[in-house]
Design a protein. Structure first.
Length: 114
């Protein structure tokens, strides 16, 4: 165990069992499947944004780093701002056609929603 690992175990009762292994409950992130195995939906949304339109890309499965990299690629190629978190990419403005074309060119299975 590493030196800083004891902080995760504060409040745990000591065990006398020599085979006991403490489980912190942390799970590792799933590996990101290849782009052709991803089914992404590109849709537009206005709710909770003061009437402003945003393009949402839903359905991404994989690591947060890969999601952030795809989000950055979409933002740069569209020339707008946005964010990526919780398996969802948010792009400012109505960019549905452009985002769908970019995703298809990158090898993703993308379809345009509403």
């Amino acid at each position: 165990m590493s030196d800083g690992d004891w902080k995760k175990r504060l409040g745990v009762v000591y065990s006398t069992n020599p085979d006991f292994v403490y489980d912190t409950g942390e799970t590792s992130e799933a590996e990101t499947p290849e782009p052709s195995a991803q089914k992404l939906t590109v849709r537009i949304d206005r709710k909770g944004r003061g009437g402003k339109q945003v393009t949402l890309v839903d359905g991404f499965v994989g690591r947060e780093e890969d999601l952030a990299a795809l989000g950055k690629t979409l933002k740069v190629r569209c020339g707008v701002g946005g964010s990526a978190s919780d398996g969802q990419i948010l792009i400012q403005g109505d960019q549905r056609d452009k985002v769908t074309d970019i995703l298809l060119s990158l090898g993703y299975k993308a379809k345009r929603g509403n």
